[in-house]
Ligand binder design. Structure first.
Ligand SMILES: NC(=O)c1ccc[n+]([C@@H]2O[C@H](COP(=O)([O-])OP(=O)(O)OC[C@H]3O[C@@H](n4cnc5c(N)ncnc54)[C@H](OP(=O)(O)O)[C@@H]3O)[C@@H](O)[C@H]2O)c1
Length: 332
């Protein structure tokens, strides 16, 4: 299901020259309207790896390396992640990968603090230098900044696209009005992606954006698809929620949202157990069925393995329907 469909061989099957017979199954790709390359359906996000302490650099490299070795091709980074260390480490790991990893799809982002035209250009040049590449496949505005009009930022991004330094242009954390405004300032390129927080529990606010994106062929990239590990079963037994996780759940709310969230997550786990699938398979394929491309985080190689194992199991639609209702809060 997740492997790309291939033509039936007429002779004894031969491994493709660049893929050893023992290579893990490929992650399928999605068409990217207006992009120069197809977009992998599942990505590895490089925000939190190692939490960016120098002592964790070896583990960070091992995690990214394991991701590439085990089949991840889409890597999501940003100039702000680890103050540039995320991009640099990704560049180092890929440069050492077999053949220099020619088959990757790299997304990076310009910070919300660098949205003036000259800053956009300088940010990309610095990102490319850290990544050790001449171009990236997708360049996103990390988040809008009300102080800088999109009429300044968007033409600057389009110039980089015309020069071939970015394969496609997208945005992140944009609402419908901002998407409309961004589109108004493009002449030839398109906004191909909107990257937003989206998972079984964080969904209502994504709905109008989703409708807009679907109507305009803008791919939704879903960040925090596992609700920071909760949808892998974290915090449902002995492990206590961390302060960071509680802040992630709470956001601006004054009501304590955690008890109800844990109740719904436990009900989802029961569903997963009954269906004989990993909880994370439900989380990721619920997003994929809704047309989104999840970007999972992982801070150690075993988590990369766990996430890929989960992706490679596709729960039945009836299970995804039931999960949808449970996550919404239906008690029946
Ligand atoms: N555009 C934006 O504004 C924005 C914002 C946030 C994220 N992002 C992107 O989206 C990516 C993913 O976001 P996220 O980190 O919030 O996603 P997530 O996949 O929901 O959470 C990742 C966290 O879940 C835990 N986890 C992952 N795999 C696990 C496994 N197999 N078993 C147990 N626990 C597991 C780990 O927590 P521990 O580290 O605690 O073990 C990991 O750091 C980021 O790396 C970044 O690239 C973008």
């Amino acid at each position: 299901m997740t492997a790309r469909t291939r033509k039936a061989p007429t002779r004894a099957p031969k491994a493709a020259p660049h893929r050893p017979a023992s290579a893990p199954p490929e992650i399928a790709t999605l068409p990217l309207a207006g992009g120069r390359k197809a977009h992998p359906a599942l990505g590895l996000g490089l925000w939190a790896q190692g939490r960016w302490t120098p002592a964790d650099e070896a583990r960070t490299k091992a995690t990214i390396g394991r991701g590439y070795e085990q089949g991840f091709r889409w890597f999501d980074t940003a100039e702000v992640y680890g103050g540039g260390r995320s991009e640099r480490i990704l560049g180092d790991v890929l440069a050492r990968a077999a053949g220099g990893a020619p088959d990757v799809f790299i997304t990076t982002k310009v910070s919300w603090e660098h949205l003036r035209p000259a800053q956009v250009r300088a940010s990309l040049i610095n990102s490319l230098e850290r990544l050790g590449r001449t171009s990236v496949d997708l360049y996103l505005i990390h988040a809008p900044d009300a102080k800088v009009p999109l009429s300044d930022t968007i033409p600057a991004l389009e110039s980089l696209w015309k020069e071939g330094r970015v394969g496609a242009i997208g945005v992140s954390n944009f609402g419908v009005e901002e998407l409309e405004e961004a589109t108004r300032h493009l002449s030839e390129a398109r906004i191909v992606v909107n990257q937003v927080r989206y998972n079984l529990f964080d969904r209502d606010e994504a709905t109008p954006v989703q409708e807009y994106c679907r109507a305009h062929q803008i791919l939704i990239e879903a960040y925090s698809p596992l609700a920071r590990g909760l949808l892998h079963g974290r915090y449902l037994d002995a492990e206590k929620p961390t302060a960071e996780f509680k802040r992630f759940v709470q956001r601006q709310s004054e009501t304590d949202l955690l008890p109800d969230l844990l109740r719904r997550a436990r009900a989802l786990r029961t569903l997963a157990d009954e269906a004989g699938v990993p909880l994370a398979s439900i989380a990721l394929h619920w997003l994929a069925r809704n047309g989104a491309a999840p970007i999972v985080g992982a801070t150690r190689p075993e988590q990369v393995d766990g996430n890929l194992a989960a992706w490679r199991v596709r729960p039945d639609d009836s299970v995804l329907d039931r999960a949808d209702a449970i996550a919404r809060g239906d008690r029946a």
